[in-house]
Design a protein around this ligand. Structure first.
Ligand code: ATP
Ligand code: MG
Length: 772
């Protein structure tokens, strides 16, 4: 009998023999791309993730087999993962910090030692040291882990929005990110290690969740229960929070950062686990720092782990000070928006022109940026005249000049007079963490001249813009804090000069300036506020930080999107924003669907037809229809491409002839739900990898046990705004658009879902027992 003549067989789509047998598309080389991904919104390499639980017959049968301990072990494992992510990220952060501090320590020690002979020797060693570190970072990124370039936050943000960005969570990316950050930060570039740490945390989470790396043959099969997009999303969220918690030693800030900035969906159960992970990070970091007491870790001291304690600063403020503080917010908004715009322009030129020329050009570019940075940070302080140390009687706590070899305020950098210091060297010729500490330092009035601060501001702003987007791991937090702290201190000088009160402190303005720039560029509010409070240990400034952040965000928003949103756009990542565009209100679901015929399957379909369809389209979801006895077709569900591929590979459900009506719906093979989940980062099975003989092509398969029997369906007239909200809030991948239904069988209200109301339903027990 011809399959196409049978009810419910092969109907709905073109015959498989009629479909073109496409050549396999060029296999996407996940790791050979540019540091960002030059992809369009529809690029097939950027598939969406499946967060929906497919409650197919196969799934329900699998669940029925499970005992209570199975569920308990699943929950326990989730918590163990949260613990391991915390430990892993804390240790990674510790390792990066130790390495950066030691490399910087050796660099400065060698430079200072050689400067005793001749300053030029010192300069050469300084440039060479920086170039070597930066070169190693660029080499790792270009040759080994291209996805480790940049901060990684835009890609992780996209991942948690439902887009599988290629290569972003691989083991090699993790290694590249850790080693690359050490080189780029240790090499003195105008970038930070905090953004990369978020990415590092996410990679650790994902690698743990998939039980190691398939590529490197470290894989535990029993962990495959976590190899689905939904669980991986939760783990990655924990990883992001852990990254911030480790980077800033700010556990609550980490949780809020994950909630406010990177995730698109949030569940209350997740909040607990994320909080737990951040707390673990805090403990690990603290413990690890204990190991390094008494110089056990070389140049590493507690200073390497950010906590810019400014608790000695201003503890009160007068009403008139609110005006300059609000002004700081406005400056932060303007400069932040300018920073975002400039980085977008430069990055897009890089992607479209410069980086297309190959890896060699990328490495040369980074080396040039390193050379410029080294020359400026060494040369500019040399051109600045020295300042007289503050009066030790008036400021008894101040050590000036600081003895060579210790890096803090008031360094004597080539000053001929013993009682002098070089203020520009205090910020320029230092590690970034120390520079920030110096800028935030309280009770050191008039430490910097306006000229030095202005010079630093202009130079560092330009360097930060120039450096972001080069082929090394780079974060934007620390450069942002440095830029903001500099103009904050400038405003502080103005206020101190015009105020008669002694309590006004320049260091406090530096902190508010830092908050304003971050707010103006990244446009976060709550998480930034908590991070700033946690890293400065000063709760009194909370209302002021809030004020400044709100103003800077509002001003920045008037010009452009936040830094990460702009970078997401630049990379053409198809991010679904939290709110639909205005014009969508006038559109309906039917206006958004493609005009092509729907590619669907009959319940019982020929294997050859499935193969032909999978080869000829890139679609990932196919409606499955069945013809009723009356001849009317009904949609029995939606089947995913990944399911079809697994079925084609297993072959155990192929049938010689379509089963008679009453024998349908049975599976020959008992599938484990995990059989249908794909490994990390879309490198799932491809139709071209499956070998099917001509005889098998003529066989049939009953799709009903494998379909998602209740895909989300919307009437064609539903407004597109509502459809957008459904996608965003439920984390959907497909919605079927259907005509208006002809009848309604009932209405559910919220109260119908209350357990006590449900229990009162007479028929409920019967139903429950009949369904096992
Ligand atoms: P994903 O991220 O899941 O890969 P995509 O946007 O790449 O999604 P495709 O599945 O490649 O989507 O589909 C491309 C277009 O075809 C979309 O506009 C969609 O409306 C449409 N489409 C998707 N599935 C089908 C189908 N089964 N039949 C007909 N058109 C479809
Ligand atoms: Mg696609």
């Amino acid at each position: 009998m011809q399959g196409k003549n049978m009810p419910g067989v092969n109907g709905g789509g073109p015959m498989w023999s009629e479909l073109p047998n496409r050549e396999p598309p060029e296999s996407p080389s996940h790791n050979s791309e540019d540091d960002g991904f030059m992809l369009g919104h529809r690029d097939s390499r950027m598939e969406s993730l499946d967060y929906e639980v497919v409650e197919s017959v196969a799934y329900r049968e699998d669940q029925a087999q499970r005992r209570i301990w199975h569920h308990a072990s699943y929950i326990t494992l989730k918590w163990i993962f949260a613990l391991l992510i915390g430990i892993g990220t804390g240790l990674a952060a510790f390792f990066i910090n130790i390495a950066v501090e030691n490399f910087s320590g050796w660099k400065f020690a060698a430079t200072f030692a050689l400067m005793e002979y001749h300053f030029f020797l010192g300069l050469v060693v300084y440039i060479a040291f920086n170039a070597a570190l930066v070169f190693s970072s660029a080499l790792i990124v270009t040759q080994f882990a291209p996805a480790a370039a940049g901060s990684g936050i835009p890609e992780i943000k996209a991942y948690l929005n439902g887009i599988d960005t290629p290569g972003i969570l691989l083991f090699r990316t993790l290694i590249g990110k850790v080693l690359g950050s050490i080189g780029s930060v240790g090499g003195g570039l105008a970038l930070g290690k905090e953004g990369p740490l978020v990415h590092t945390g996410a990679c650790i989470a994902s690698v743990l969740g998939q039980g190691g790396s398939t590529k490197y043959h470290v894989n535990w099969r029993w962990l495959r229960r976590f190899k689905n997009d939904r669980d991986r999303r939760d783990l990655v969220t924990c990883g992001c929070a852990a990254g911030v918690a480790a980077a800033f030693r700010s556990p609550v800030g980490g949780v809020l950062f994950a909630l406010e900035e990177v995730t698109s969906w949030w569940r209350s159960q997740l909040l607990w686990r994320v909080f737990f992970t951040s707390a673990v990070v805090a403990v690990v970091v603290r413990t690890a720092m204990g190991w390094c007491k008494n110089g056990n870790c070389g140049h590493f001291s507690s200073g390497g782990f950010i906590i810019w304690d400014i608790s000695g600063g201003q503890d009160d403020y007068s009403f008139f000070e609110l005006l300059p503080m609000a002004m700081l917010g406005a400056i932060g908004g303007l400069l932040g928006a300018l920073f975002n715009q400039l980085t977008v322009w430069i990055s897009s030129w890089r992607r479209n022109v410069l980086h297309r020329k190959g890896n060699r050009v990328k490495i040369i570019e980074v080396l040039l940026v390193s050379l410029i940075t080294s020359m400026l940070s060494f040369g500019l302080p040399m051109m600045t005249s020295c300042k007289q140390c503050p009066d030790p009687v008036k400021y008894p706590g101040v050590v000036c000049p600081r003895p060579s070899g210790s890096y803090g305020n008031y360094v004597n950098f080539f000053c001929s007079n013993e009682n002098q210091y070089n203020d520009l060297a205090t910020i320029f010729f230092n590690t970034q963490d120390d520079a920030i500490r110096n800028l935030f330092s309280t009770n050191t009035p008039h430490e910097y001249t306006t000229r030095s601060l202005l010079t630093f501001l202009v130079m560092f702003f330009s360097l930060a813009v120039l450096t972001y987007g080069t082929a090394v791991p780079s974060g934007q937090f620390v450069p942002g804090i440095m830029i903001g702290a500099t103009y904050g201190r400038l405003v502080g000088i103005l206020v101190v000069n015009s105020s008669s009160k002694d309590s006004v402190d320049e260091g406090t303005y530096a902190l508010l300036g830092a908050a304003s720039f971050l707010g103006g560029s990244m446009r976060m509010t709550v998480s930034l506020c908590v991070i700033m409070v946690e890293i400065t240990n000063n709760l009194q400034l909370l209302p002021l930080i809030m004020l400044v952040l709100l103003i800077s965000k509002a001003v920045g928003d008037a010009f452009n999107n936040g830094f990460y949103e702009e970078q997401v756009k630049l990379r053409s990542l198809p991010l679904l924003e939290s709110r639909p565009q205005r014009f969508m209100r006038n559109l309906a679901a039917k206006d958004a669907i493609s005009r092509r015929k729907v590619v669907q399957f009959s319940r019982v379909t020929k294997v050859g037809h499935i193969v032909a369809v999978l080869r000829s389209t890139n679609h990932n979801g196919f409606p499955v229809v069945e013809k009723l006895q009356t001849g009317e077709p009904v949609v029995i569900g939606l089947i995913l491409r990944s399911y079809l591929l697994v079925l084609l590979q297993a072959k155990s459900d192929f049938q010689q002839n379509p089963a008679p009506e009453d024998a349908r719906g049975r599976m020959n093979h008992r599938y484990d739900v995990t059989d249908f989940t794909k490994p990390v980062s879309s490198k799932g099975l491809s139709i071209y990898e499956i070998d099917i003989s001509p005889v098998e092509m003529e066989m049939y398969i009953d799709l009903q046990p494998f379909v998602n029997p209740a895909p989300y369906m919307v009437p064609e007239d539903m407004s597109l705004t509502k459809v957008h909200y459904l996608f965003r809030q439920l984390g959907l991948r497909h919605i079927c658009v259907v005509p208006r239904p002809s009848q309604v069988v009932g209405v559910i209200t919220r109260k119908d879902l209350l357990p006590e109301v449900l229990e009162e339903r007479e028929s409920l027990e019967e139903i429950m027992s009949s369904r096992g």
